[in-house]
Design a protein around this ligand. Sequence first.
Ligand code: GLA
Length: 340
Amino acid sequence: MGNTGAANARVNIVGEHTDYNAGLVLPTLIPPSTMVEVRARTDRRVTLRSDAQNDAAEASLDERIPRRDWSDYVIGVADVLLRRGLELRGFDAVIRSTIPSSAGLASSAALCVASARALRDAFRLALDEREIALIAHEAEDRFVGAHVGLMDQLVCAIGREGNALFIDIRDHETRDLPLGAVDIAVIDSGIRHDNAAGEYNVRRHECEDAAQALGLQTLRDVRDVDALARLDPTLQRRARHVVTENDRVRRAVDALERGDVAALGTIVNLSHESLRDDFDVSVPPIDAIVAAAQRDPDVYGARITGAGFGGSVLVLARPGTGRAAAERVVKATSGRVVVP
Ligand code: GLA
């Protein structure tokens, strides 16, 4: 028997495109998951098999070169562990996953976190869950070359199903908040953007440019939206999304603490508007799914979730109604219910 590491998918409730601006996020874990089973070898070879991708790959610990495919997430984690001076030997790994890829549900972060957990157990490495998150993030950033924020890895490593995880990305302060009386449903639109990574990088740079034009280190440091008036119109809209989204996370935390799920739903709806109109990361078929969900009598709120440009829709519904509500929405529009 090998050592198995697992990690769940995440859905972000509110706080989108704020993490790489040192901002606030509020994701939660959902049932789809990835499992990585690792068997230690006596040599330095690595063999990988992915049931999800129906593919296999081989590498050596001494020659770690990105192949630009799914295997990079696993080799990338081994690469970070070795760079940190930890002792690994070769290994055989099998990957199984129920998380749809490129659906805005953090399949990459889950694969990295599950791989890091399996390697930790197989080679008895002394790593806590926060270190696992940082290793998973470094693997994506450095080896895969996806310059993402830290939200996905942190929630995959330390989040809990049924709780929202408030994270202040600036100082990594976290707080667990029970979700209470609400059903979380997720609809995968099935839409995938060819150049989602490129668009993501453009948004990142726009945020950096806006901060620089304001003489600030990050958009987290903007005190209020009036300060954005001197930016050019596009940068102003991008920055306004980030500033108002951080505020929505604060208000969502208040709503959860009061158990006010209706208020939470309204905040989620406003987040969609901002992502659509100011941050420009939605697409018309997803707007249609969101609008249909927002019209449903059992739904408190709905929005695009994840990086955008396609992907999934989060639906907050009355307890016990999430599945049926999401099925109604899909029937009237498009997509596939993936949670519950
Ligand atoms: C992707 C990234 C995250 C975050 C979101 C947008 O999921 O991996 O770091 O930036 O997009 O909120």
